[in-house]
Structures are given as structure tokens and as C-alpha cells.
Ligand binder design. Structure first.
Ligand SMILES: Cc1ncc(C[n+]2csc(CCOP(=O)(O)OP(=O)(O)O)c2C)c(N)n1
Length: 532
């Protein structure tokens, strides 16, 4: 007779979930027992890494991923990156072991108390099956929940004595819709506003990249002869950044953002929150005076919390294409390309600007950039323009410890999908340590992943924030005495300091051709860039 475990593995196979990211414990062993040969267990040394590797893998494959964690403590360790997965809108099916049902009443060691509350409010659904034989059907429901818009993580708590129980007949393997089209009438209203607009502007968010909708975005921008901004603090690139219409990334503060949009009478936001702000820099208005905001999102909550604008619910790609089809040609001249930045100033050690200009010179044409380098982000985005879809990833949440393991998951996805695009991570020397154990997984998987670490020996962005907010005397903003090369060697990675900077191209080239990860610390200037 089939057990709950047999039926569950069959279902996971049918759903294409044969890669499991995790870190095992006693409460997971009954599930992992006799782990099937056609499954791949990606072993992370810490649950934060398991979660972000799965997130990167899911984003790069365009499919949900399965993370299996240890009861309450393991789930707790994964929480920071679960928060990030929630903001990233990544469909993750997170499962965790639970103590034996037989003993739950007396709360033995490793009981997860109130397990369905533990991951709230950062999951779309959280459940502990009422009966052992409900596990497979609960997994089917978890899958359907995760992949329907807005996509996001779900959580199942699975008691360890459930797996050998006799199974019910397997649940139906269902397909569910992963996008929905906007209301045609409201869409026509939006098109009419755009058609009558004197100076429209497009603000695009990560949902455009997730929907594989760069061509639709370009077609609409050209139809409208409108400039295009990336929404603030984007987790994906949303538009070809070498296209003459592209203006850059909007600032993440109320006053400066409104200022950047000055002169426009219609702001069409597609696939982003309105807006993802960070420092509170008050402005009188969220928008330039007399501007009207139209918001297209697949997420009703995102639409509800917008302080201004009118909303239209629907998939970013479908909405962009439909608006393009509804709009007449315009005789407005196309926006002129923005000027190229001046070459970076020479200094010793080099500035972050010089580092990223050098990286851009040696960038592989189909390269994928994963970044977590907070204070250097604007220099990175200024120098290294992303020109292809699905090739830029960072976290939407502001929580550190995502980038390094996400890069490992993305590099694995490039291998597993056979696409084989080169992946390069740029991770600040502070950010590097939040999920540093991911290096070991990259080494075990022999992933050719260069990890460029701009070393400024400080939490520079926190110094910039303290400066902006006039909070002098904050402790713990310096990072002396960290040996990045020794840490990398300890996890089985190659590593070398890149100094002088003109060795960077060769070092990155060698790392991309290697059969394992290479950590490349680059000493940079300690000058603190301004936050805005
Ligand atoms: C999980 C988590 N802990 C702490 C912070 C606060 N924080 C934001 S940026 C930052 C410093 C990052 O340092 P580094 O990677 O060296 O980048 P730099 O600012 O120097 O460019 C810290 C500690 C955070 N965002 N997330």
C-alpha cells in the first residue's frame, strides 16, 4: 500500500519539484528517508542560504521551488530570507518538519508551537494538515497558491510521524492560471488618459521582467514616445538600459522622486509598488503638481496601499501589450538618449565607480548580475547597464543575506536549464557575511561563480543614512580585521585579492572558466557615497 511519503514524492515529481533546497534535522529525516535518486537535495549549511538559493533558483527558472527546513529553529533561521521572498513575490513552497503528533500535546523538544503562525505574515498560506493523509493534497494546494498572482511563498508544517501512514488516493495534479488580463473597460479608460496626455512617462517594476514583458514595454514606450524610469529600489531590471528612452532608476524618497517626474502630466506605473520608498525625505506631494498616476499591478494589496493614483489589476505583460494596441500613434518627438557618464576619477584605492567601470568593460555579453552592495548600488547601476531580460537580481526587501546564496541558486538554475549564462555576484564586504555559508554549497556544486567583493571595511550606507538623518555617534559601523580570502578558502572556494584594479578583467575571466566559485575582494575607497 502506498504511504503518504510515496504519494508525496510522486506528486512532487509530477509538479517538477525534484530539487529540494534545505538543511536537514531529525524532524525531516522521515521525509528524507531513502531519498529518491531522481531528486536533487541542495545542501545549505544554514537555512537563510537554503531559502535564498531556492528564491534565486525559482526566479531564474521561472518556476516555483521547494525549501525543506528544520522545525521551528530552522524555520526561524530562514525567516529573514522568507521576508525577502515575500517582497520578491517568489513562489516558494516552504516545508518544515514538526515533532511527532503522538507527543505534540506535551510539547517535546523541537515542537514547533503554533507553526502556522510562525511564518506569518510573510506567506500567502500557512497550514499543518489535520490528518497525515492530507499532506499530498495540501502540497497541491500550496503549489496552486504559490504560483497564482500575486505569486509568493507558502508554508506547510509536516509532523514527522505522518510519512509512513497509508495514503489516500493521490490528489489530482491540477494546473492553475498564472496571469490574468485587465478589465477591458478600465483598460480603455487608461488608454484614453494616456492618449490625451501632453507628456506621459512610464515607471516600470519587477513584474515586467517576471512577466517576460520587455518587448511589450519597449513597444508601449515607443508608441507613446515616453521616457521610461525603473521604479525605485527594483529587484529586477525592467527595460533595456541602453535604450534611448531609458532614464535610470527613480530615487527612493518622496520629494526627490516627485522632482524626477516633474513636467509629466501622466505617470503610468506598471508592475511596481507606488512607490518603494526608503529614507523619509518629505515632499509636499507624492507626484508633481497636476500629474495623474495610473497604476497597473497584479497585486490588489499593492494597489490598495498606494497613496495616490487609480488602479487597474492585471498582468504587467498583458496590460502593456493591450495598451500599446489601444493607443494611436503620436507626433511627439522621441526622448533623446541620456548622456553617458564621465569616465571615473582615478584614485588609490579606486572608487566603487572605477571598480564597476572596469567590471563593465569585461562584462560577458549574456552575463547575469546578482548584487547586494548597498552604498555602491548607484555606481554599479550607472556603470553596468543591464541590456537583457532576466539578467539582474537583488532583494526587494532591504534585508541583507540574500544576494550571495541567491547567486548560487541562479548559477545552479543556469546549469540545470542548460542556458549556461555566466553569473557574477557583487556583494559588499558587510553583506558577504550574512549568508556566507552559501560559498560551501557553490563549491560542492562546482559552480563557476565569481563573487566580486568591494572592500570598504565599513557599513558605508549606514554612515550615509546617519549623515542624512543627523544621528552621529552610532556604534558598529566599521568592519576591521575581516579576512575575506581566508573565509572563502575555509568554505572550499578559490580566492584572490584584486589589486591593482587592472587585474580585474583577467581575474573575472578566470573565475568564469573555473570549475568552482572564486571570491575576488577588491579594496576600494572608504569615501561614503551620499544616499540620494
Ligand atoms: C539582515 C539585515 N541586517 C542588517 C541590515 C542593516 N544594514 C543595511 S546596509 C548594511 C551595511 C552593508 O554593508 P556592506 O555590504 O559592506 O555595504 P556598504 O554599505 O559598505 O556599501 C547594514 C548592516 C540589513 N539591511 N539587513
Amino acid at each position: 500500500m502506498a504511504t503518504v511519503r510515496d504519494t508525496t514524492y510522486d506528486l512532487l515529481r509530477e509538479l517538477g519539484l525534484t530539487t529540494v533546497f534545505g538543511n536537514p534535522g531529525s524532524t525531516e529525516e522521515p521525509f528524507l528517508k531513502d531519498f529518491p535518486a531522481d531528486f536533487h537535495y541542495v545542501h545549505a549549511l544554514h537555512e537563510a542560504s537554503a531559502m535564498a538559493m531556492a528564491d534565486g533558483y525559482a526566479q531564474a527558472t521561472g518556476r516555483p521551488a521547494h525549501v525543506n527546513l528544520h522545525t521551528a529553529p530552522g524555520t526561524g533561521n530562514g525567516m529573514g530570507n522568507l521576508v525577502t521572498a515575500w517582497h520578491n513575490k517568489t513562489p516558494l513552497i516552504v516545508t518544515a518538519g514538526q515533532q511527532t503528533r503522538e507527543m505534540l500535546l506535551i510539547e517535546p523538544r523541537l515542537t514547533s508551537r503554533r507553526p502556522t503562525e510562525l511564518t506569518q505574515p510573510y506567506v500567502k498560506w500557512s497550514y499543518e494538515p489535520a490528518r497525515a493523509q492530507d499532506i499530498p493534497a495540501a502540497l497541491m494546494r500550496a503549489y496552486a497558491t504559490a504560483v497564482q498572482p500575486p505569486t509568493g511563498p507558502v508554508f506547510l508544517s509536516l509532523p514527522m510521524d505522518d510519512w509512513d501512514r497509508p495514503a489516500n488516493p493521490p490528489p489530482q495534479v491540477r494546473t492553475v492560471a498564472t496571469r490574468y488580463a485587465p478589465d477591458p473597460e478600465r483598460l480603455r479608460d487608461f488608454a484614453a488618459v494616456l492618449a490625451a496626455s501632453r507628456s506621459p512617462v512610464l515607471v516600470l517594476g519587477a513584474a515586467v521582467d517576471r512577466a517576460d514583458a520587455w518587448p511589450a514595454a519597449v513597444a508601449l514606450a515607443e508608441r507613446l514616445a515616453a521616457p521610461v524610469w525603473s521604479a525605485p529600489a527594483p529587484e529586477r531590471a525592467v527595460f533595456p538600459e541602453d535604450h534611448p528612452h531609458f532614464r535610470g532608476v527613480l530615487p527612493f524618497a518622496i520629494g526627490p522622486l516627485a522632482e524626477a517626474l516633474r513636467g509629466h502630466d501622466t505617470v503610468l506605473v506598471v508592475g511596481a509598488p507606488v512607490f518603494r520608498y526608503y529614507p523619509h525625505v518629505p515632499g509636499k506631494n507624492y507626484l508633481p503638481a497636476d500629474a495623474r498616476l495610473l497604476h497597473v499591478t497584479e497585486d490588489p494589496d499593492e494597489s490598495a496601499r498606494a497613496p495616490v493614483g487609480e488602479s487597474l489589476l492585471g498582468d504587467a505583460g498583458l496590460a502593456l501589450a493591450a495598451l500599446r494596441d489601444l493607443l494611436p500613434a503620436t507626433d511627439r518627438p522621441a526622448p533623446a538618449a541620456r548622456p553617458e557618464p564621465e569616465p571615473p576619477a582615478e584614485s588609490s584605492p579606486p572608487s566603487a565607480d572605477a571598480l564597476f567601470a572596469a567590471l563593465a568593460r569585461h562584462w560577458p555579453a549574456d552575463g547575469v548580475l546578482v548584487q547586494e552592495s548597498p552604498s555602491n548600488l548607484s555606481a554599479l547601476r550607472r556603470r553596468l547597464r543591464v541590456t537583457r531580460p532576466g539578467s539582474y537580481f537583488t532583494m526587494a526587501s532591504g534585508g541583507l543575506g540574500f544576494g550571495l546564496p541567491a547567486a548560487v541558486g541562479i548559477a545552479l538554475a543556469e546549469r540545470d536549464t542548460g542556458r549556461g549564462r555566466p553569473v557574477v555576484a557583487v556583494i559588499g564586504d558587510g553583506s558577504f557575511h550574512y549568508s556566507v555559508q552559501a560559498l560551501w554549497t557553490a563549491a560542492r556544486l562546482r559552480l563557476p561563480l565569481p563573487v566580486v567583493v568591494p572592500v570598504n571595511q565599513q557599513y558605508a550606507i549606514l554612515k550615509a543614512f546617519a549623515d542624512l538623518k543627523h544621528t552621529p555617534g552610532v556604534p558598529a559601523l566599521d568592519l576591521p580585521g575581516l579576512d575575506v580570502v581566508a573565509v572563502a578558502h575555509g568554505y572550499g572556494c578559490a580566492a584572490e585579492v584584486v589589486d591593482p584594479l587592472d587585474r580585474l578583467g583577467e581575474a573575472v575571466g578566470r573565475a568564469l572558466a573555473a570549475d568552482g566559485p572564486t571570491v575576488l575582494p577588491v579594496p576600494i575607497s572608504t569615501e561614503v557615497p551620499r544616499i540620494l
